[in-house]
Design a protein around this ligand. Structure first.
Ligand code: AP5
Ligand code: MG
Length: 183
């Protein structure tokens, strides 16, 4: 059974929603850098204070901060497996992750790219209303996704581990597509 997974896709594609379901099904650790950063913001840690303004603009938090958070977790989660959600976000993060996983002898087994039309994801995010879910910030997150994160599609496709999942339809529709692929 695959136990080292990565979800890629634009903001609002359903990565977090589907990651929770997969992790519950398969007993994996859900590692969302967005959630981990929001926890730092809520706890008002120095790191959280630094990240807060950046996240509210929809920009990427610095690679060093994010890498140190992920590294700690991946080293501890070797036994049970993991699902990375929202990380990596750019080529440098992807390359650093490859290196770390090579050192741990724990390569990624599948990257699931969840795709969804811009207008549908905009609607979903406006409906959710997180503090970074207003139209101008969402559009900025989308721009940053296209500029910095989308190049990871060919990065993982070249490694032969990328699978594209259609993100439209109900939560259950998408979950079924993912389950069919993973089983
Ligand atoms: P992050 O938390 O990762 O946010 P994001 O990438 O913008 O994506 P979302 O979490 O908004 O979308 P999602 O795909 O998880 O969709 P969800 O399932 O929630 O990052 C936030 C910020 O943190 C970044 O902007 C950056 O500043 C920083 N950050 C994080 N990681 C970083 C990194 N590695 N490097 C640097 N900075 C980093 O679904 C969205 C909504 O739709 C929900 O309300 C959900 O209920 C609903 N929904 C889901 N599926 C369906 C469906 N099938 N039908 C109808 N509604 C649905
Ligand atoms: Mg999310």
């Amino acid at each position: 059974m695959k136990s080292r997974l990565l979800f890629l896709g634009p903001p609002g594609a359903g990565k977090g929603t589907q990651a929770e379901l997969v992790c519950k099904d398969r007993g994996l650790n859900h590692l969302s850098t967005g959630d981990l950063l929001r926890a730092e913001v809520s706890a008002k840690t120095p790191l959280g204070k630094e990240a807060d303004a950046i996240m509210n603009k929809g920009e990427l938090v610095g690679d060093e901060i994010v890498l140190s958070i992920v590294k700690k977790r991946l080293i501890n989660d070797v036994e049970s497996g993991w699902l990375l959600d929202g990380f990596p976000r750019n080529l440098l993060q992807a390359q650093s992750l490859q290196q770390l996983l090579q050192e741990l002898s724990q390569p990624i087994q599948a990257v699931l790219l969840i795709v969804l039309d811009d207008e549908i994801l905009l609607k979903r995010l406006l409906n959710r209303g997180r503090s970074d879910d207003n139209e101008s910030v969402i559009r900025n997150r989308l721009e940053i996704y296209k500029e910095k994160t989308a190049p990871l599609i060919s990065f993982y496709s070249d490694l032969g581990i990328l699978e594209t999942i259609q993100g439209e339809g109900s939560v259950e529709d998408v979950a079924t597509r993912i389950r069919n692929f993973l089983n």
